[in-house]
Design a protein around this ligand. Structure first.
Ligand code: ADP
Ligand code: MG
Length: 358
């Protein structure tokens, strides 16, 4: 069996009679970007600190690449933090009397050797090539956080732990820092990022929600949930095509089971907005709805044109397809079919990236 990058098993942490973590279990595969979400005081920081060996659990286990962090002795822990973990905190925690490049080199020092060239390269990578010799007080908040990201990266850690890394930044700097995290994720780093913001949480592969030290009930979105989400988003898209106002009541009557709860969760996920008794797709929701509609209508075309399946049958088969076709496959099907503009019923197939632009 493959070892998960992170394995949290029945983790508990008590501070006096405060239960900061109350039996948390989950695992994270290598390369995943996980958003840890939940209200203030729900145990997010405690969880990150235990994972990084900055705090110890009262009971349970936190394993990183199979290593039980709490079992490491002082030397082992120092090595572990230096080699495996990159930390980014909300407060940047830079040494005030050291320059940017020295702050980054300090992290190397704990590793083994210091190499100023590497430290410079790390700072250049985060866009601070012209701030190498500035001390923190001479840098803006966003720049200080970029130094902290460079410092976290210098030892090429597999696991990046970030506790509200954009919590103290304005929007422009938040965007820069998130861009860096997006790159790190694309390069295969595993990222656990604490955030309050739904919009940031949405960038992650998966969200883990804490409430009062426990996983919140909707922590994991199941495959069945995804199917319901897709149905509802698709329905809202179709109302738009048909020129019908997507009133709450109309959406609720559209045949999606438990639609009120689904609408609430879609709202929570940043896919739907609800205002004045009307729902609307957010930009994110619109993208997802377009993809679903496209996949379904391409599947219908494929079934009727290529496999000569009767239209009605194609309809019911296509709705099973729409949840399982990957974006790559959908492009290949689209290319194979010659980028059709409509489904067999004459409804438009939203063009994808593969379609020649007119
Ligand atoms: P979050 O990061 O989600 O805001 P924390 O993990 O910081 O939450 O805190 C969870 C709970 O544990 C809170 O009730 C907090 O007051 C308590 N707590 C955290 N650290 C300590 C500590 N060192 N001593 C006492 N209580 C603490
Ligand atoms: Mg916190």
């Amino acid at each position: 069996m493959m070892t998960a990058m992170v394995q949290i098993e029945n983790l508990r942490k008590e501070f006096g009679n405060v239960r900061a973590l109350d039996g948390v279990t989950f695992s994270v595969e290598a390369g995943e970007w996980i958003a840890i979400m939940g209200p203030s005081g729900s145990g997010k920081t405690t969880l990150i600190n235990i994972l990084g060996g900055l705090d110890t659990p009262t009971s349970g286990h936190a394993l990183v690449s199979g290593t039980d962090v709490a079992r490491l002795d002082e030397t082992g822990l120092t090595r572990f933090r230096a080699e495996k973990i990159g930390f980014v905190f909300q407060q940047f925690h830079l040494v005030p009397y050291l320059s940017a490049v020295e702050n980054v080199m300090l992290a190397q020092y704990f590793h083994s050797t210091t190499d100023e060239k590497d430290a410079r390269a790390a700072l250049e990578r985060v866009g601070l090539g012209d701030r190498l010799n500035h001390v923190p007080a001479q840098l803006s908040g966003g720049e200080q956080q970029r130094v902290a990201v460079a410092r976290a990266l210098i030892n090429h850690p597999k696991l990046i732990l970030a506790d509200e890394p954009t919590g103290n930044l304005d929007e422009a700097n938040e965007e820069i820092i998130l861009g860096l995290f997006r790159e790190l994720h694309a390069e295969g780093h595993t990222v656990l990022m604490v955030t309050h913001a739904a919009s940031i949480g949405q960038m992650a592969d998966r969200r883990i929600r804490l409430a009062h030290g426990k996983l919140a009930p909707d922590a994991e979105v199941s495959v069945e949930d995804e199917v319901q989400f897709d149905h509802l988003l698709e329905q809202v898209w179709i109302f738009g095509e048909e020129g019908l106002t997507p009133e709450l009541d109309r959406v609720r009557r559209s045949g999606v089971q438990d639609s009120a709860a689904i609408i609430a969760r879609l709202k929570d996920l940043g896919l739907l907005d609800v205002r004045h008794n009307e729902v609307s797709l957010t930009a994110l929701g619109e993208n997802r709805a377009r993809d679903i509609v496209r996949r379904r209508r391409l599947a219908e075309r494929l079934l009727t044109d290529t496999f000569s399946v009767a239209e009605r049958e194609a309809d019911s088969h296509a709705c099973k397809f729409e949840h399982i076709i990957s974006p790559e496959l959908d492009q290949r099907i689209c290319t194979f079919l010659g980028h059709p503009k409509t489904c067999p019923h004459g409804n438009p197939i939203p063009p994808g990236r593969c379609c020649p632009s007119r």
